[in-house]
Design a protein around this ligand. Structure first.
Ligand code: SF4
Length: 240
């Protein structure tokens, strides 16, 4: 089960009253593999609301050494922390071990956030909910990890096509069929340039998608679908 930022599945919970619809997240949700949360709403903030940035790292804010402040100067640290802990409570109730959260958000960002000056400047860092879920042992992915354009995931492969045909999972026409599939195997060639922690995260995400989107369960099938070795897949699955 995944925890997914509600705005990624079309819920109009963004500060602006809009959403960040992502088809791949929506697919997981429609298949009953995800529960949607909006930490900022769970913390009691209204929608629409003023945009917020953190004035310290998420870890420091969680430890009481920083604040979440709106562009009007309101201190909404308590609501941000409440929302993060409510999200954690939901994840624990569900036994969820993975989350896909909206990149860049002061609650949900997992690779970058804005620098607290409201000037659009991005810095490396996490949102408060993303940090708390990671601290508690969950695997946190960004919606941007799912984007085709970032070369980490590429649509389609002969392998997927043949595998699905063999399993007789789908009967629709080729065109429609092609829209449905990921090729996870082509990611590995680009990994040499990635920092080790990012590479590890991408491998975990590939395995996760091979299981949850493509339906592979056996270690050798997951290895074939992702292009990882059986040993690598076993090692990562053992860690979970
Ligand atoms: S708090 Fe998270 S789920 Fe809610 S709108 Fe912001 S990014 Fe989306």
């Amino acid at each position: 089960m995944y925890i997914i930022s509600a705005c990624l599945c079309g819920v109009n919970c963004k500060y602006s009253g809009k959403n960040n619809l992502n088809d791949r997240c929506m697919k997981l949700f429609r298949e009953g593999k995800a529960v949607l949360v909006c930490p900022e709403q769970l913390g009691g903030l209204p929608t629409p609301r003023n945009p917020v940035e953190l004035n310290n790292t998420a870890s420091e804010v969680i430890n009481g050494n920083g604040k979440a402040i709106s562009n009007q100067g309101e201190d909404v640290t308590k609501q941000f922390l409440d929302g993060a802990y409510e999200t954690l409570k939901i994840a624990r109730e569900l036994g969820a071990t993975r989350a896909i959260l909206k990149e860049g958000s002061p609650s949900c960002g997992s690779n970058f956030v804005y620098d607290g000056t409201f000037t659009g400047n991005k810095i490396k860092g996490k949102g408060i909910t993303a940090q708390l879920l990671e601290d508690e042992g969950m695997l946190v992915f960004s919606d941007e990890d799912l984007e085709v354009s970032n070369d980490k995931l590429v649509y389609l492969s002969e392998f997927d096509r043949e595998k699905a045909k063999k399993r007789k999972l789908f009967e629709q026409g080729e065109e429609e069929y092609e829209e449905e599939y990921y090729d996870l195997t082509e990611n590995l060639t680009d990994m040499s340039d990635l920092p080790p922690t990012v590479e590890e995260n991408v491998k975990k995400l590939m395995i996760s998608l091979a299981r949850d989107l493509m339906g592979f369960e056996e270690t050798d099938e997951i290895a074939e679908a992702t292009g990882l070795s059986i040993e690598e897949v076993e090692e990562i699955l053992d860690e979970e």
